[in-house]
Write a protein that binds this ligand. Structure first.
Ligand code: ADE
Length: 232
């Protein structure tokens, strides 16, 4: 049976998954607590990586080296880069890249990692399709959008930067770990999937009730993870 590593960004989300896991054993490494057990009878390891690309990449490498996971799933929140993708909707990765990679001084385009064969890391098409199908089934009231996740060590909260990112990378949402998790998974020939609930519009617009949003986002994400893990 496949073993899935689940990197959650939110403490509450990891706690909810932990509460429904069985046979849990816990171990700390690199300041992260890895919870190994079963979810819906399927082997999995749940961990909160902490924020940012380095945390995401280190966490992914540990899941692969120490737990031999067959798939890395990253959940969390993100800023929308598209007018039609609203707060509460979900983005499911088709691919991921890093908007803050800048070797333009060497003649590379923005986002291109020098001397790598690719800087755009692909989720397996069948995995994206499965996650979208399952997500629509278990969360019928929200928008579900397959597409590109654009990551960087920056919280995007300005119109100008948002427009720059959108024009250069054509992503659906922006966050701070997915692209690095994708790169680490790619380097290890391990499939990955990023699932992000939209928490904001990545600009200086409307504030929201984060508490109410967070509870809903966690509910949607936990439902999806549980259903996906049994559908794999
Ligand atoms: N995570 C949630 N919203 C984000 C944003 N606007 N920029 C980066 N990461 C985010």
């Amino acid at each position: 049976m496949k073993k899935t590593g689940i990197i959650g960004a939110m403490e509450e989300e990891v706690n909810q998954l932990k509460n429904i896991m069985e046979g849990v054993s816990s171990r700390k490494k690199a300041g992260m607590e890895f919870l190994e057990g079963t979810l819906e009878g399927r082997p999995c390891v749940v961990v909160r990586s902490g924020i940012g690309k380095v945390n995401g990449a280190v966490c992914t490498q540990i899941l692969i080296d120490d737990y031999s996971v067959d798939l890395v799933v990253n959940t969390g929140v993100a800023g929308s880069l598209k007018a039609e993708i609203n707060i509460g909707d979900m983005v499911i990765s088709s691919d991921a890249l890093q908007h803050d990679v800048d070797a333009t001084g060497f003649g590379y385009d923005f986002g291109v990692i020098p001397r790598m064969e690719t800087s755009v890391f692909q989720t397996e098409e069948s995995l994206t399709a499965l996650a979208v199908k399952v997500c629509k089934e278990v969360n019928p009231d929200i928008g579900v959008f397959p597409g590109r996740v654009v990551s960087g060590d920056q919280f995007i909260s300005g119109r100008e930067k948002k427009i720059w990112i959108t024009e250069h990378f054509h992503g659906l949402c922006t966050e701070m770990e997915g692209g690095a998790i994708a790169q680490a998974a790619h380097l290890n020939n391990t499939p990955f999937l990023i699932i992000r609930a939209i928490s904001d519009k990545a600009d200086d617009s409307a504030h929201m009730d984060y508490g109410a949003f967070e509870a809903k986002a966690i509910e949607h994400t936990v439902k999806l993870v549980k259903a996906l893990i049994t559908a794999l």
